[in-house]
Design a protein. Structure first.
Length: 812
C-alpha cells in the first residue's frame, strides 16, 4: 500500500471546514471587534486634534512709478523660490512671531490631555526673567478662590510650591511674576467639569520659538504661472493656525515694501554722496577758471575761441584713446604669436584668457576652438594607438595647418594695426598743428579747464534729475503682492479624521479577521470528520461516536443511562459493524488504544462494553493502562487491586473481577501503579490470564496505553480479534493517521479498524462526517442521520436559556 502524504497545510479549499473555522473563531473575532471599537474610541477621544489653516498670496513686485520713469529697481527679484526662503528665514519669522503671543503659552491639564489655551486663557502672566533656567519650565497654577492661588514648579528635581495673592508681583528668585485673572467664571466651570482647576504656563525661550514652529509651517508654490504661494500652518489649536498664517502674510507685504524702499534709499544715498563730491569738483574747477583768467588776463572777447578749442581737444582725446586701444591689441597679439611659435603644445584656455577684450577675439577664438577639438581627438586616439599611427599623423598635420592659419592671421592683423596706428598719429599731428597755429597756449589751457567744468556740471545735473526720479519712485512704491485668500479658523481637524479612522479601522479589522481565519484554516491540521481519515488511509472505519455535550469529569457508562439516545445508537452501529468483520461465535478479544491521552479510548471501551452487554453478551473490561488507569474512575470504585496485583501474584482473578449495573458486564481495574508497568504488560502472564478468562466471556475489552506514547499496546493489538484505534474529531491531528498506516503495514494488523469519537452532530461540518459514517458504514445504518424521532431521548422541559443554547448549537 502506498501511503498518501498528509500536507502540513490545507491545500484544498473545503467550504464546510472554512465555515467551521469561522464559527470556531467567533469568540476571538468578537474579542478583536471589541478591542478595535475600544481602540478607535480611545484614539478619537484621547488624541489631540490637529488643525490646518492656509492662505494664498500672489507675488507681483511691479512698480508703476518706475515703469513711468523707465527705472529698474535692483531689488525687483520675484523668484518664487527666493520668496519661500525669505518667509522661512529666521529673521523674518522672528519678526513675525514677535507680533504673536508666543512668549507665554497657557495650558489646561486634564486626566489624559493637555490643551493649549491660545487667546482663551482665563488669566494672564507678566514677567521679568532673572535667570534663563526658568525658560520652558511648566509652572503650575491652582486657584484656591478669587484672591489666592497656589504656584508650583520643579527644576533639577527640586520642587517649589507656595501660596500667593492674585494681582500682586511675586519674586521667585528666577523670575518675577504677576498673575491677573480675566475670566474667573471659566476657572469655576473647569473646576466643576474636572473636579479641579489644574492650569500651567510656560515662559518660552525666544531662541526656541522659531525652532518649535518651523516644522509646523509649510510654504509651497501653488501655481508658478500665476505666481501664487500657499502658506499653511498646523497646530493643535485652531485659532493659532489662522493667526500665524495671517500674520505671516501681512508681515510679508510690509517686509516687501520695506526692503524695496531700502534699495531706493541706498541709491539715493549714493547719489547724494556723488552730488557732494561733484559740487566740490565744480567749485574747484570754477575757481581755477577764475584764477587762470585773472593771471593770464584773458578777456571775455577771447572766450569766443574756447568752443572751437574744446572741439579740437575732444577729437584729440578720442584719437589718443584709439591709439591706446591699438597698442593694447598689438601687444596682446604679439604675445600670442610668440607663444604659438615657441610652444608645440598649446594651452588653448590660457590663450583665450589672454585674448579677452580684444577686437580680434571672436575670429581667433574660433581658430583656437578648432585646435582644441583636434587636440582632444588626438588624446582620445592615443589611448588605443601609438604616435606613429596614421590617424595621429593626420591630426598632427591638421593641427599644424590650424597653427599656420593662426600665425598668418595674427601677422596680417599686426600689420593692419601698425598701419592704423600710423594713420592716427598723422591725424594727431594735424590736429596739434591746427590747434597751436590758431590759438595760444593760454587759450588752450583755458579751454581744457572750461571743458572739465562743463563735464562736471552736466554729470551733476544728471544726478539731480535721477535723485528727483527716485524720490518720486519711493513715494509711489506700494507692494503689489496680494493676499488672494486669508486664513480662516478651521472648524474641523485634519487629524484625527473620524471618517478616515473608522474606514481604516474597519478595513484593518476585516483584513486582520480574514487573515486570522485564512491562516487558521491553512494550518488547521485536526481531523474534522470521517472523510479526513478515509482520504489518507485504507483502514476501515468502524463507526463515529457523537460528541456528548454534557460535561462529565470521567468516562461513564452513558449507553446505560441514555439507551434511546443518538449517542447509544452510535455504539449499536459500531457493534453491528463488528459483526460484519468477524461473526464467529468464539470469545473475541477487543484491544482499544489511541495516539495520545484525551482521545476517548477509555470512554469507547466502557460504552462499547456496555452496548455489547446490553445485547445479552458476557463482557469483561480489563484496564491494562498500568501507568494512567481510568476504568476504576468510570465505575466509581477503588483501585486497590487489579491487573497489576494479579500479574505479580498478589491477588487472584476472581478476587479482582467486579460487577456493574448492567447484567453480563464486569471489569477488572488496573490496580496500583507498578514501578515496572511495561515489563508487567508484556509478560507471558498476560496471555495466561487472557486464556483463563476467554472461556467465561463472549468479549474481553482491553483498555491499553496510548500507542503514540508507549509501545505496550502493540502486543495487545497483535493478539486482538478487534484492534480498535480511537481518534477524536477536532482534537486528533491528521498526522496521527500515519500511526494507523504504520500499524497496518509494519505490525501486519489486517483487522485494524478506527472509531472516530467526538463528532459534533449539531455542526454542519461535523454532522456531515457523522452522518457519512453512520449512514454509509459497512452496510448497516438507520438512515442519513438522526433526528427522525425514532432514537430520540425523552427530554425534560427546558428553560428559555437552554432552548436558546440548543438553537444556537443547531445553527452552528
Amino acid at each position: 500500500m502506498t501511503e498518501k502524504k498528509i500536507p502540513l497545510i490545507n491545500e484544498k479549499f473545503d467550504f464546510a471546514l472554512f465555515i467551521y473555522i469561522i464559527k470556531k473563531s467567533a469568540i476571538l473575532i468578537g474579542l478583536l471587534i471589541g478591542i478595535a471599537i475600544f481602540s478607535v474610541f480611545a484614539y478619537l477621544r484621547y488624541t489631540l486634534p490637529t488643525y490646518k489653516s492656509s492662505s494664498i498670496i500672489q507675488i507681483n513686485t511691479k512698480n508703476q512709478t518706475n515703469q513711468l520713469l523707465n527705472i529698474e529697481n535692483v531689488s525687483d527679484n520675484n523668484e518664487l523660490a527666493q520668496i519661500i526662503e525669505l518667509i522661512r528665514s529666521t529673521e523674518f519669522l522672528k519678526r513675525t512671531f514677535n507680533k504673536l503671543p508666543f512668549q507665554v503659552t497657557y495650558f489646561s491639564e486634564g486626566t489624559f490631555l493637555k490643551n493649549e489655551l491660545y487667546k482663551n486663557e482665563p488669566f494672564s502672566i507678566e514677567f521679568n526673567i532673572k535667570n534663563n533656567i526658568i525658560y520652558d519650565v511648566p509652572i503650575y497654577i491652582e486657584f484656591i478662590d478669587k484672591i489666592n492661588y497656589n504656584l508650583s514648579y520643579e527644576i533639577n528635581d527640586k520642587k517649589f510650591e507656595r501660596k500667593y495673592t492674585i494681582g500682586e508681583w511675586i519674586d521667585l528668585s528666577l523670575v518675577e511674576l504677576k498673575l491677573t485673572v480675566s475670566n474667573y467664571t471659566a476657572i469655576l466651570e473647569e473646576h466643576d467639569e474636572l473636579k479641579k482647576n489644574n492650569y500651567f504656563f510656560i515662559i518660552k525661550n525666544p531662541a526656541n520659538i522659531i525652532k518649535e514652529n518651523l516644522d509646523k509651517l509649510k510654504i509651497s508654490i501653488l501655481n508658478p504661472s500665476a505666481q501664487t504661494v500657499d502658506i499653511s500652518f498646523i497646530d493643535n489649536n485652531a485659532t493659532k493656525t489662522s493667526d500665524v498664517v495671517n500674520t505671516i502674510a501681512e508681515e510679508f507685504l510690509k517686509y516687501d515694501v520695506e526692503k524695496k524702499k531700502e534699495s531706493d534709499q541706498q541709491i539715493l544715498a549714493f547719489i547724494e554722496d556723488q552730488e557732494s563730491l561733484l559740487l566740490k569738483n565744480i567749485d574747484q574747477t570754477e575757481r581755477e577758471l577764475h584764477d587762470f583768467k585773472q593771471v593770464n588776463k584773458i578777456e571775455l572777447t577771447n572766450q569766443d575761441n574756447v568752443k572751437p578749442i574744446s572741439i579740437y581737444l575732444t577729437k584729440f582725446t578720442e584719437i589718443e584713446t584709439e591709439v591706446l586701444n591699438i597698442e593694447f591689441e598689438y601687444s596682446t597679439l604679439k604675445r600670442i604669436n610668440e607663444y604659438v611659435n615657441k610652444n608645440s603644445n598649446l594651452n588653448i584656455l590660457d590663450l583665450i584668457a589672454i585674448l579677452s577684450g580684444t577686437k580680434s577675439e571672436g575670429l581667433i577664438v574660433s581658430i583656437l576652438n578648432k585646435l582644441q577639438d583636434l587636440i582632444n581627438q588626438k588624446e582620445i586616439l592615443l589611448n588605443d594607438v601609438t604616435k606613429n599611427n596614421h590617424q595621429i599623423q593626420v591630426i598632427d598635420k591638421q593641427v599644424q595647418n590650424q597653427k599656420q592659419i593662426l600665425i598668418e592671421f595674427i601677422s596680417s592683423t599686426l600689420s593692419r594695426l601698425e598701419s592704423q596706428k600710423e594713420d592716427y598719429k598723422k591725424k594727431l599731428a594735424e590736429y596739434e598743428e591746427q590747434l597751436f597755429s590758431k590759438n595760444t597756449y593760454n587759450e588752450i589751457e583755458y579751454a581744457k579747464l572750461n571743458r572739465i567744468y562743463s563735464i562736471n556740471e552736466g554729470f551733476y545735473n544728471q544726478l539731480i534729475e535721477k535723485k528727483a526720479q527716485y524720490l518720486i519712485s519711493q513715494a509711489g512704491f506700494v507692494s503689489q503682492n496680494i493676499i488672494l485668500e486669508k486664513a480662516v479658523t478651521p472648524l474641523f481637524p485634519i487629524s484625527p479624521d473620524k471618517k478616515e479612522v473608522l474606514i481604516f479601522s474597519i478595513i484593518l479589522l476585516l483584513l486582520t479577521c480574514i487573515g486570522f481565519i485564512v491562516v487558521r484554516y491553512l494550518i488547521y491540521n485536526e481531523i474534522t470528520g470521517v472523510h479526513d481519515i478515509k482520504e489518507y488511509t485504507s483502514v476501515p472505519i468502524l463507526g463515529a461516536v457523537p460528541l456528548y455535550k454534557t460535561k462529565v469529569p470521567v468516562s461513564q457508562l452513558l449507553v446505560h443511562y441514555k439507551p434511546n439516545s443518538m449517542f447509544a445508537e452510535a455504539f449499536r452501529t459500531v457493534r453491528s459493524n463488528m459483526q460484519f468483520i468477524n461473526n464467529e461465535e468464539s470469545s473475541k478479544l477487543i484491544s482499544i488504544s489511541s495516539t495520545v491521552s484525551g482521545e476517548g479510548k477509555t470512554f469507547i471501551a466502557v460504552n462499547l462494553g456496555g452496548i455489547l452487554a446490553m445485547s445479552g453478551k458476557k463482557v469483561l473490561i480489563l484496564d491494562m493502562d498500568l501507568r494512567k488507569p481510568r476504568i476504576h474512575l468510570s465505575f466509581s470504585t477503588d483501585n486497590s487491586k487489579g491487573m497489576s496485583t494479579i500479574l505479580i501474584g498478589k491477588n487472584s482473578i476472581e478476587d479482582c473481577i467486579r460487577n456493574t449495573e448492567i447484567k453480563g458486564l464486569q471489569f477488572i481495574t488496573a490496580g496500583p501503579v507498578p514501578p515496572n508497568p511495561s515489563e508487567l504488560a508484556m509478560s507471558k502472564k498476560v496471555d495466561e490470564i487472557l486464556n483463563e478468562l476467554k472461556p467465561n466471556y463472549d468479549f474481553i475489552i482491553i483498555d491499553t496505553p496510548p500507542l503514540g506514547i508507549v509501545t505496550d499496546a502493540i502486543n495487545h493489538f497483535q493478539r486482538a480479534d478487534f484492534p480498535i484505534y480511537v481518534m477524536k474529531a477536532n482534537f486528533s491531528k491528521r498526522a496521527f493517521i500515519h500511526n494507523l498506516n504504520h500499524l497496518l503495514i509494519n505490525s501486519k494488523l489486517s483487522n485494524l479498524s478506527v472509531v472516530l469519537n467526538g463528532i459534533d452532530v449539531y455542526s454542519r461540518y461535523g454532522g456531515y462526517g457523522y452522518r457519512y459514517a453512520y449512514g454509509y458504514g459497512y452496510g448497516y445504518g438507520y438512515g442519513s442521520g438522526y433526528g427522525s424521532g425514532y432514537y430520540e431521548e425523552k427530554e425534560t422541559k427546558k428553560s428559555f436559556i437552554q432552548k436558546l443554547k440548543f438553537w444556537n448549537k443547531k445553527q452552528t
